[in-house]
Design a protein around this ligand. Structure first.
Ligand code: ZN
Ligand code: ZN
Length: 239
């Protein structure tokens, strides 16, 4: 839990210690927020329709702007310093050095930003099995010695709609492992800001995970309290 930074009803950014959302008025305290006992049933049935919501990219866009500002500011500062202290002279050679240095500083940043935008594959299928696999990795201890550390990797075995099989790793998250059940129909949206797997039938869970940041959210939330992204829900069918 990162704490409550966004209104879970309307998605507005909250100021600290605000008792109510400034936009829609919803109380921010969890015990006052909801009118039902728990979130079970609020997730609904079917694929969510708001996966293209611009709020999924909100943080991404500001992240890109901040990175771009730094990518311009840092070469300017370093080159300015180099000219100021005389390392680079104010002539053709000096300017060539400055240009090369700027390129060296900027190119890795551009590659990094582009990599973050790479699309992941879109797929959907049914969970046919899940297992906890014990794996071993090599780590260094305090004395710098290599040691073998065992860890658990939770995996889902999925039969894709096209019939092929896929193993999907959930990492070491026990919460995710219990959230996805055998027989669940799941979908990976193949969008850079939707990293999680959506469940088709969400009626039997009281909580879900934000597709953007992975934070656990009550299914009565419309927006993630940690990052403000919409919570994916299906049609609400009340029986
Ligand atoms: Zn609100
Ligand atoms: Zn989130």
């Amino acid at each position: 839990m990162y704490g409550s930074f966004y209104c879970t009803r309307c998605g507005e950014r909250l100021k600290s210690k605000q008792p109510n959302c400034g936009s829609c008025g919803q109380p921010t305290a969890p015990e006052l927020k909801y009118d039902t006992a728990d979130g079970r049933g609020a997730g609904g049935l079917g694929w969510a329709r708001n996966t293209d919501d611009v709020r999924f990219a909100g943080y991404e866009n500001s992240y890109t702007s901040v990175s771009l500002i730094w990518m311009i500011a840092i070469p300017l500062l370093i080159n300015g310093f180099m000219f100021y202290n005389g390392t680079f002279e104010m002539n053709k050679t000096g300017f060539t050095y400055a240009a090369v240095l700027s390129a060296i500083l900027i190119i890795p940043g551009i590659i990094f930003l582009l990599k973050r935008r790479v699309k992941v594959e879109e797929w959907e299928g049914e969970i046919v099995d899940k297992k906890a696999v014990e794996r071993v990795r090599t780590e260094r201890d305090e004395e710098g010695e290599n040691i073998q550390v065992t860890y658990i990797d939770y995996e889902l075995l999925v039969r894709n709609v096209n019939g092929s099989m896929r193993t999907h790793s959930l990492g070491s998250s026990e919460m995710l492992f219990s959230y996805y059940r055998v027989g669940d129909y799941i979908k990976c949206h193949g969008k850079p800001n939707l990293k999680g797997l959506e469940k088709y039938d969400k009626r039997f869970d009281a909580f879900t995970f934000c597709m953007k940041c992975g934070n656990s959210n009550d299914f009565r939330n419309n927006f993630c309290d940690a990052c403000g992204s919409p919570i994916l829900k299906g049609e609400n069918i009340k029986s």
